[in-house]
Design a protein around this ligand. Structure first.
Ligand SMILES: Nc1ncnc2c1ncn2[C@@H]1O[C@H](COP(=O)(O)OP(=O)(O)OP(=O)(O)O)[C@@H](O)[C@H]1O
Length: 612
């Protein structure tokens, strides 16, 4: 279609300083599959999808407004901005289903025309500089909206402007909601309180459930609705990031403040008022209410037996995961821990039994659980803090210019270390343990450069607490996706590990928003001839390591074994670990990839307890 062609070329001309879109050339057809990130309707030959994440694109999206048939637009992690004179107008894409604009430089008011996108299912405007009010009334009227991510902007106003039950279409279709780190004010309405606290954190003047601060400081205005104190409304607090962490730690601290080292049970003191060094006051309940609480500290725990010190400690939000939020907490004595607040409930007995088992795991490739605190409402887990980031950030962080490529030797070491940790876990005490939620963000690197797996066993313990996303699904073995009640097995971990190996080899995420998942992406490309096609899937950062291609080929073959559809066809973790070790040793001796595999015996038979 000439209009689509012109629009794409105009966008490339104005927005592609790094020539990332070099495959977009006037002489070819955008629907010919050679154009990076472009998909078309096979019948109409109109452009229906643009997947252009992480390409250092800049300028405005104005030329793309001509793509009238667009259904998926993904421009995450670029440098795009709104035109200085006009706010972004979405009505030019009336068929849009997925719009991902996160991590760009968009500012100004919320995009106009949102009410016309009746098919919109996923909207992600997070990590920009949008300001003004969020048009919640319009958004809740979109019948199929599932995702609304607006975090880390500068939105203002309160969330009470809409009552979904009175709007024509209830907002109940939204299952993924996040407005954290904005300047929102007032009380969180009841219909939004089902979302976790992390969806609202970092709005200093927002209050009410699920946040820990109640709304008693709100003034009642003449209309009877409660508004935040006018003096403090709308002002951006420079300490917001500190407050977020300190706030959460204060709350955690309240829970644990009356506990001490080994095991102390039943705190019947009711309300605790605590003031931390930022002057925040928090309460955890009404006087007289009895909470059942327990603190358990495991061997080797440093600093946390003085739990009251958590109140004074500085804390920093590291991130929000599918089970809760994780903070880096620097204790007064200098000890640093990672504190993870898990939302959701599970039977206390079960939690205790399980966490005591997990807390006993000590291996150089498993992040140690050092302590936990369990109350009626929350579970707080204290882990060693690992300072060198996650495999996810090493592989996918800062893919733009200025990135330091991740060497092959580092990648194979991470693979080997984490395989070793997983092998240990699977064999531990004949308990048939499995990880249950192995992802590249759950592989962390310690101060010595060793890779360690974290979050062991949490998914099994809190299946209801996890918010499933396409990213998580991409790591899940096919047998898990078939059922609601998940039965995690060690062979499920092997599948997830295979996905991680593919991430290491390709440099691609397990699931890029709006794209086919990584396993399918690789399989489709290498299916015609593995050896011939393998090079097409390797991360371009690895193309410099010609002499290591043999190793990479062998790791690719191993990854494909791990992601076999049937659990019985996947190797055991002990075998996977041995294969990786052998590959890196034999690969260096320049043995052909095929013969590496022929050399290795592998027993894929399931362990007795694995029935799938
Ligand atoms: N022990 C730790 N030491 C250092 N950083 C950590 C530690 N645990 C978690 N992190 C980091 O904190 C951030 C949030 O972690 P969290 O486990 O809450 O979510 P996630 O790993 O991103 O997602 P998921 O919930 O799917 O595991 C991540 O960037 C992770 O790398």
């Amino acid at each position: 279609n000439p209009e689509d062609l012109a629009a794409l070329l105009a966008f490339k001309a104005s927005s592609d300083p790094s020539n990332s879109l070099f495959s977009w050339v006037n002489s070819s057809d955008p629907c010919s599959a050679t154009w990076l990130g472009v998909t078309c309707d096979p019948t109409t030959h109109r452009v229906t999808g643009l997947f252009l994440q992480d390409l250092n694109l800049s300028g405005t999206t104005q030329p793309l407004s001509q793509l009238a048939q667009l259904r998926h637009l993904s421009l995450n992690r670029n440098n795009l901005l709104a035109s200085s004179s006009l706010p972004l107008n979405l009505s030019t894409w009336p068929h849009l289903k997925h719009l991902y604009l996160s991590h760009n430089r968009f500012d100004g008011a919320f995009p106009t025309g949102i009410s016309q996108l009746h098919r919109l299912r996923r909207l992600d405007l997070s990590h920009n500089s949008f300001s003004g009010e969020i048009p919640l009334t319009e958004l809740t009227r979109l019948p199929g909206l599932l995702t609304l991510r607006l975090e880390s902007n500068s939105f203002t106003g309160d969330l009470n402007s809409v009552n979904p039950s009175s709007s024509s279409n209830s907002s109940s279709s939204i299952s993924d909601f996040n407005v954290s780190n904005n300047n929102l004010t007032g009380e969180i309405p009841k219909w939004l309180s089902q979302f976790p606290a992390s969806s609202f954190a970092g709005n200093k003047h927002l209050c009410g459930k699920p946040l820990p601060n109640d709304c008693s400081n709100l003034a009642v205005d003449s209309t009877g609705s409660r508004k935040a104190d006018k003096k403090t409304r709308g002002k951006k607090d420079p300490l917001v990031p500190v407050y977020i962490g300190a706030d959460a730690v204060a709350v955690l601290g309240i829970i644990v403040a009356v506990t001490c080292c080994v095991i102390k049970k039943r705190n019947r003191s009711g309300t605790h008022m605590v003031e931390n060094r930022f002057g925040l006051r928090r309460t955890n309940g009404t006087r007289g209410k009895v909470e059942e609480e327990e603190m358990v500290v495991f061997e080797g725990c440093k600093g946390v037996d003085e739990v009251g010190d958590l109140l004074k400690a500085s804390a920093e939000l590291l991130g929000n995961g599918c089970m809760g939020s994780t903070y880096k907490v620097v204790m007064d004595g200098g000890d640093v821990v990672a504190a993870k607040m898990v939302r959701g409930k599970s039977k206390k007995k079960e939690v205790d039994g399980w966490l005591r088992l997990i807390g006993g795991l000590r291996h150089c490739n498993i992040v140690s659980l050092r302590a936990y605190h369990h109350s009626n409402h929350e579970l707080l887990l204290v882990y060693d803090f690992l300072p060198n980031g996650s495999l996810h950030s090493l592989l996918h962080g800062n893919r733009g210019p200025g990135r330091t490529p991740l060497e092959w030797s580092t990648r194979i070491k991470v693979a080997s270390d984490s395989a070793q940790g997983l092998e240990f876990l699977h064999a531990y005490d004949k308990a048939n343990l499995c990880h249950g939620h192995l992802t590249s963000s759950n592989i962390l690197v310690d101060h010595l450069g060793a890779a360690c797996i974290t979050d062991v066993g949490l998914r099994q313990l809190f299946p209801a607490a996890t918010t499933s996303s396409s990213r998580d699904d991409a790591y899940e073995a096919p047998e898990l996706l078939l059922t609601q009640r998940k039965h995690f097995t060690q062979k499920c971990d092997v599948y997830s590990f295979g996905v991680i190996l593919l991430e290491i080899l390709t440099g691609k995420m397990a699931a890029e928003e709006g794209e086919v998942n990584l396993v399918k992406w690789v399989v489709q490309r290498v299916a015609p001839d593995l050896e011939e096609c393998a090079r097409q899937v390797f991360d371009f950062e690895l193309l410099a390591y010609k002499e290591m291609e043999v190793e990479m080929m062998a790791v690719l073959q191993l990854a494909l074994l791990c992601v076999a559809q049937l659990p019985k066809d996947r190797p055991k973790m002990s075998v996977v670990h041995r294969m990786i070790e052998d590959i890196s040793v034999k690969g260096r001796r320049e043995v052909g990839a095929k013969s590496i595999f022929n050399d290795l015996s592998f027993d894929s038979s399931p362990s007795p307890s694995e029935t799938i």
